[in-house]
Design a protein around this ligand. Structure first.
Ligand code: FE2
Length: 318
């Protein structure tokens, strides 16, 4: 019996070209099949914790500018990225100095880690203080100025989402969000209210979800990105669960706290940015006595929109 030299499977076929194209547009066509099209392995989103970046941003010797949490090399991303759709930066602005932003994003979140200052743009001036959260539209130039002391900000955008499709930012008159300012006092008041009212076991945690007048119907803050302040009382654990959205979190308070992601313990660090990979089983643990607090950005809006959130509690420990 003779063996055929034909490919054993359509999985072994190289990309097919048009046999006799007549035009350049016809010549550009390529063909794959069910056997060979779906085995492109992208690098996984790592369960990374950024600790050197906040240390650099909090260092008084660091000049005014950004420290970018860029792991595009690990992600195989051709543009800067912290996760496939999200980019995180820390900004340090020295006393009396300013920092300009004009990101190609549809929107941005700012958390004030330290210092007082102002953000000016779109005909508005916002005075901010430690613990405040700002939501700003993309495609608009802003000037962020520190007051009498240095300021440190956590800055999150969806620049990689736009870069993926080579999209431009919205213009000022068709932005997806207004400027929204959540003060530290109001955030604390709203968290207190959540604890006063209480919750049942079917609710994933005691997180405060940020929304705004224009986005109230969606209960979200940007079309793709969600923003939440999560809290965890001392000595408690947030139940293991998973979801298709990735999470990037800023550790605001978290003495002796850690996360468990797909069985791996990840210790928190002051002002660190943590990545919770999509679909990973994870739980958050507060081994200290004080309430932990962490600000979470997820690309959950895109999964709500596509009806593919994939949230579930899991029996296995995170
Ligand atoms: Fe989660």
């Amino acid at each position: 019996m003779s063996m055929t030299t034909n490919p054993q499977s359509i999985a072994d076929m190289p990309a097919q070209h048009p046999h006799s194209p007549v035009t350049p547009a016809q010549a550009r066509g390529r063909f794959f099949n069910t056997g060979n099209a779906f085995n492109v392995i992208l690098p996984p989103v790592p369960d990374h914790i950024f600790t050197s970046e906040p240390i650099a941003a909090l260092d008084p010797n660091t000049p005014t500018g950004f420290t970018v949490c860029d792991i595009s090399d690990q992600l195989g991303s051709p543009f800067p990225a912290t996760t496939p759709l999200v980019l995180v930066r820390y900004a340090r602005i020295r006393a009396g100095e300013s920092l300009q932003t004009d990101f190609v994003a549809s929107g941005m979140f700012y958390y004030v880690i330290a210092g007082h200052g102002t953000t000016d743009g779109a005909g508005t001036s916002i005075a901010w203080a430690p613990g405040d959260v700002l939501v700003l539209p993309g495609g608009v130039a802003f000037t962020h100025s520190a007051g009498h002391t240095d300021a440190v900000l956590w800055v999150v955008s969806n620049e990689p989402q736009l870069a993926f499709e080579n999209l431009r930012a919205p213009t000022a008159d068709n932005s997806v969000t207004d400027i929204v300012h959540f003060t530290a006092d109001e955030i604390a008041r709203q968290i207190e209210l959540i604890y006063q009212v209480g919750r049942d076991e079917g609710i994933a945690g005691s997180a405060l979800i940020f929304s705004a007048q224009r986005q109230e119907a969606t209960r979200n803050i940007l079309p793709t990105l969600t923003l939440a302040m999560n809290t965890l009382p001392g000595g408690t654990v947030q139940r293991p669960h998973r979801h298709n959205a990735v999470a990037v979190s800023l550790v605001i308070k978290g003495d002796r706290c850690f996360s468990v992601m797909d069985g791996k313990r990840k210790d928190w660090a002051p002002w660190a940015t943590t990545i919770t990979p999509p679909v990973s089983v994870h739980s958050h643990h507060n081994g200290g006595n004080d309430q932990a607090m962490f600000l979470i950005v997820q690309d959950g809006g895109i999964f709500y929109h596509t009806r593919a959130m994939g949230f579930e509690f899991t029996e296995q420990p995170g």
